[in-house]
Design a protein around this ligand. Structure first.
Ligand SMILES: NC(=O)c1ccc[n+]([C@@H]2O[C@H](COP(=O)([O-])OP(=O)(O)OC[C@H]3O[C@@H](n4cnc5c(N)ncnc54)[C@H](O)[C@@H]3O)[C@@H](O)[C@H]2O)c1
Length: 289
């Protein structure tokens, strides 16, 4: 079945950083009918971003999950190395790496190049949206739009509202996410938002259960998959995300929300041994090839 989205997305969208997430965000807005400008830091990265976006658009068409025309989407996509090309955008979504200083300077530079009525969002997965807003001239026009990886297949976007986000943007951001054919979850800015905080809490408890010998990883995951209808068990999901990535999030949540997020010793030991999950072939489970 093909699905046509209501046009409630901004007409002209900018994306800063065309990596894994930025390319996915560009893809989502192109499918919904926006014109999209992706700004990258160098020519090679811009070329890679363009390839990634066009490949994913072609895949979406092949799957038959969307209506549209590849040539039209390509015409609606512009790659650039100049922040000045964000000038005509209604909305810019920032998706540069998760480094505070980089995010702050990039967001400030984007804001300087935006029209007064444009909106600005960050795809940060862990940094304080309140804190980022406080570095901007127009914090009421700024919020978090936390997309999930891989963007084309993921239905969820967390809309992260800062203390400074204005009423108009609170409404618009929800409409935009719905216009992308995704489901918004509205969260007031707090460490880990809704998804990482709860997801990591369950994973840490599952790891403590392995550590205490309560049950095997298989049995713990099966308890959640078969008993609670989780699509993937918390340990298998930790292997997919990467133990190192989840350790980083747990350390951050421990520092902001307290000891209940302290990473179990087993998790630290596995990371030290390089058992990071799927990407290294071994985590709580083993993976061939
Ligand atoms: N990967 C995930 O699963 C995931 C999920 C949700 C949110 N996020 C968040 O999304 C953001 C981006 O993550 P990613 O996984 O796409 O990273 P990535 O490394 O794949 O992409 C980042 C891109 O930003 C570009 N870049 C760096 N500095 C730049 C600059 N000054 N100007 C323009 N472009 C610049 C890089 O060339 C790269 O293409 C991070 O904040 C991350 O926390 C990631």
């Amino acid at each position: 079945m093909s699905e046509k989205h209501e046009r409630t997305v901004p007409a002209v969208v900018g994306v800063l950083g065309g990596g894994r997430m930025g390319a996915g965000i560009a893809h989502a807005f192109l499918l919904a009918g926006s014109k999209v400008t992706v700004v990258e830091r160098d020519g090679q990265a811009a070329e890679a971003a363009q390839e990634r976006i066009e490949r994913d658009l072609a895949k979406s068409l092949e799957r038959g999950t969307v209506d549209g025309n590849l040539d039209e989407w390509s015409q609606n996509l512009t790659l650039s190395l100049e922040y000045a090309d964000f000038a005509g955008c209604d909305l810019v979504v920032e998706a540069v790496p998760e480094v505070w200083d980089l995010k702050v300077s990039a967001l400030q530079e984007v804001e300087r190049n935006l029209g007064e009525t444009a909106w600005l969002a960050t795809n940060t997965s862990s940094l304080s949206v309140d804190g980022l807003a406080e570095q901007l001239q127009r914090p009421e026009r700024f919020c978090g739009l936390h997309f999930f990886n891989p963007v084309p297949a993921s239905k969820l976007v967390e809309v992260v509202i800062s203390k400074h986000t204005g009423e108009e943007l609170k409404k618009l951001s929800v409409q935009w996410v719905e216009g992308l054919g995704k489901t918004p979850v509205v969260v007031n800015d707090a460490p880990g938002f809704a998804s990482s905080r709860l997801g990591v809490a369950i994973a840490l408890e599952a790891i403590r259960m392995v550590e205490e010998g309560v049950a095997s990883p298989e049995d713990i995951d099966n308890a959640m998959v078969l008993g609670y209808k989780f699509p993937v068990g918390p340990l298998a999901l930790t292997d997919i995300v990467g133990l190192d990535v989840r350790l980083g999030i747990a350390e951050y949540l421990e520092s902001t929300l307290g000891e209940r997020f302290a990473p179990p010793q087993l998790m630290r030991d596995m990371v030290a041994r390089g058992e990071l999950g799927r990407k290294t072939g071994k985590g709580f489970f083993s993976y061939d090839g």
